[in-house]
Design a protein. Structure first.
Length: 683
């Protein structure tokens, strides 16, 4: 027993000694400690966990913090100096970790006996009153949660304490052609701040409308729903960069940090990094070492390449075909100057994807892949590189490969509005997940605020669709009305609103009339056409359903489209009712083939329709039972029992119980989702 204890002590002491030897080296982590102790990483992790109940990284951090405590008690150095002495690359992160371990900030140390005495009192109090404290804490948490989840204003206040928008910088150069350079300084400041998870940073497109505005700071901040604004003006004179930047607290319209820079162009990256770090410090945002590493990363060492890159940004963000083509040309010139310029490669890949996103014929797929691979080769920790590769996988419909790239992109840039928008679309249609769809749609609204009215209208449209899919009908109605307020000509909003109203009261006739009204405006819309047929089918008005389904099927075939194949079984049932057996059989066979290749969450429910059509009630019930075990699904599947195809299943003794389980699970999941989103300040 004593030998085991001695071995444990020796191991821990040896590990602590090695950490202390490398105290000032913030790169000395788990792998370095394992190498120093001549152990494999896995053995080190296992042994530290067994003997300290801490993970290896927690153990290393604790050793650093304990040493910091001793240094703080000596009182000869500042908190900032000590944070770097003990291997923390960020003072704010050091303060956060110190507070978590000791329960108070490092600035409180140095009061000597006060700290030690407070520790004794705290220890004695907890030992004596441990269970009463736990019981009281549980009650307090319950009360706090009730207040927290019901006071949305309070939640939003907490959430936007560290929200910020970087307004377009003003070009003070005599030469107007230098505007792109000043815009680039603004873009870089924005990009660096976006990498800090503790901040909510409004997207570039959202602030662009304020480039030439007479609105005051409080009004802009209110429109953007932020607490801080960054203003800047600059000019480039030869090889000198002159930049004035100020951080303004919106509530008081008061600058809380102001800086003037006069540096050579060769120091532009140091300037950009300094701006981001000082803004973060002024707001007291927590910047982790990993985030600091991302901020300090230089995109290129070649200033000519960087100049071409900055010139490309304005046309790139225009998102027009002409703008994207011009941007590609400039990004390529940047690569000619620096063949390892990852950001340029990534933006070319993204530009090619956007150029033909809505086109049937795709010609840039391999270019997207090639440029994305080069971007990842030269910077695998770039959000842009990861999004570029995700676009390639989306293009080739390898969705499971795209997903980790998008999630990793958001890890490196938590405020990437592009990654958030793609993830919302991803979970809406590519790999359906209503919970995640709604979460990313809500995040998208937070990051994309007050852009042009058309864009804002479609942002609210997507959010409204995500809300109704998760059963938040009233909230969905609110946002679809806002979508129409921003743009009454929104192509899809009236269609969605018709079904939101249907979800609210189940009025099929009104819903159908509203959809028919929209279709009469544009009779080429196949989405409306198949919905009208489906609404007549639900009412068992098969003659009218056939009229619209026939138009839909003929148009689909004429244009060589493979859309809405999941609806073929309902169309087939209508054709069969009309005595068109051969046509019905073809439609049903296409649906069966679709089911065989379906790997989505909804495969089992599609099989319910398949077996119901074939009259195989037991098999259909079994698939319904499988579907009832699904984690989350769209609200519309709760209405499955109202469909004519499903009526024969109602006579099965297990049908009612399974349907009730599906409904109960949906609303239980919705309640948990609501709580989670409110906790994150998203709902």
């Amino acid at each position: 027993m004593s030998n085991t204890s001695a071995n444990t002590s020796t191991f821990i002491e040896q590990a602590e000694a090695l950490i202390l030897e490398n105290l000032g080296n913030e790169q000395f982590g788990v792998s370095e400690l394992a190498d120093a102790m001549n152990m494999s990483r896995s053995n080190l992790l296992r042994k530290i966990k067994k003997q300290t109940k801490l993970s290896a990284s927690q153990f290393i951090r604790q050793v650093r913090l304990k040493e910091a405590m001793e240094l703080l008690k000596e009182g000869s150095s500042t908190v900032s100096e000590i944070s770097y002495q003990v291997g923390f690359g960020s003072t704010s992160y050091f303060i956060k970790c110190f507070r978590e371990l000791y329960g108070y900030p490092p600035g409180e140390v140095g009061k000597g006996a006060v700290v030690e005495e407070s520790e004794k009192v705290r220890t004695n109090f907890l030992n004596r009153y441990r269970w009463p404290v736990i019981a009281t804490s549980v009650v307090a948490l319950l009360v706090a949660s009730i207040l927290f989840f019901n006071k949305k204003d309070a939640v939003n206040t907490v959430e936007i304490e560290k929200s910020i928008a970087v307004l377009p910088f003003k070009n003070e150069s005599a030469d107007s052609t230098n505007l792109y350079f000043v815009n680039g300084l603004m873009e870089s400041a924005l990009n660096n701040l976006q990498k800090i998870e503790d901040l909510r940073v409004i997207s570039r497109t959202s602030v662009e409308k304020y480039r030439k505005t007479d609105k005051g700071i409080p009004e802009i901040a209110k429109e953007l729903n932020v607490n801080y604004l960054v203003e800047g003006s600059g000019q480039r004179v030869g090889n000198q960069v002159l930049l004035n930047v100020q951080l303004i607290e919106a509530s008081s319209d008061t600058p809380i940090w102001v800086e003037q820079y006069n540096q050579e162009v060769s120091d532009v990256f140091a300037l950009q990094n300094d701006v981001a770090k000082k803004i973060a410090d002024a707001i007291e945002a927590v910047v982790t070492p990993a985030e600091l590493e991302q901020i300090e990363k230089r995109p290129t060492e070649n200033l000519v390449a960087y100049d071409y890159y900055l010139q490309a940004l304005d046309p790139y963000y225009s998102q027009t075909p002409e703008g994207l083509e011009k941007a590609i040309s400039l990004f390529e010139k940047a690569i000619e100057q620096d063949s390892q310029f990852a950001l340029a490669y990534a933006n070319i890949a993204i530009s090619y994807y956007l150029l033909e996103m809505s086109q049937i014929e795709k010609q840039y797929t391999e270019k997207i892949n090639s440029y994305a691979d080069k971007a990842l080769l030269y910077d695998s920790k770039s959000a842009e590189s990861l999004v570029a590769k995700a676009f390639y996988y989306i293009r080739t419909k390898e969705y499971q490969l795209a997903l980790p790239h998008l999630e990793k992109a958001l890890e490196y840039n938590p405020n990437s509005s592009l990654a958030v928008q793609i993830l919302a679309l991803f979970y809406s249609s590519m790999i359906p997940d209503t919970n995640k769809y709604l979460e990313y749609a809500l995040k998208g609204v937070q990051l994309n605020v007050a852009s042009d009215s058309v864009t804002q209208s479609y942002t609210y449209l997507q959010l409204s669709n995500a809300l109704v899919s998760s059963g938040f009908v009233d909230e969905a109605l609110k946002y679809i009305n806002m979508s129409l307020d921003y743009n009454a000509e929104n192509y899809y909003a009236p269609h969605l609103k018709a079904f939101i109203l249907f979800a609210k009261d189940g009025n099929v006739e009104r819903t159908r009339n509203l959809v028919v009204k929209e279709w009469n405006k544009d009779t080429t819309r196949l989405d409306l056409l198949q919905d009208i047929g489906k609404l007549y089918y639900i009412e068992e008005n098969y003659d009218s359903a056939y009229t619209y389904f026939k138009k839909f099927v003929e148009a689909r075939e004429a244009n060589g489209l493979d859309i809405y194949l999941q609806e073929n079984v309902k169309i087939a049932s209508v054709y069969k009712k009309m005595g068109l057996d051969s046509e019905a059989e073809k439609l049903f066979n296409d649906f069966s083939e679709y089911c065989e290749g379906d790997q989505s969450t909804y495969r089992s429910v599609n099989l319910v329709w398949k077996y119901a059509y074939e009259g195989k009630v037991n098999e259909a019930i079994e698939q319904l039972r499988i579907f009832s075990k699904t984690e989350n699904y769209m609200y519309w599947f709760l209405l499955i029992e109202d469909e004519p195809l499903i009526q024969p299943l109602k006579n099965h003794p297990e049908f009612d119980a399974i349907m009730q389980k599906i409904k109960d699970q949906f609303w239980e999941n919705q309640a948990m989702l609501r709580a989670s989103l409110e906790k994150k300040g998203l709902l």
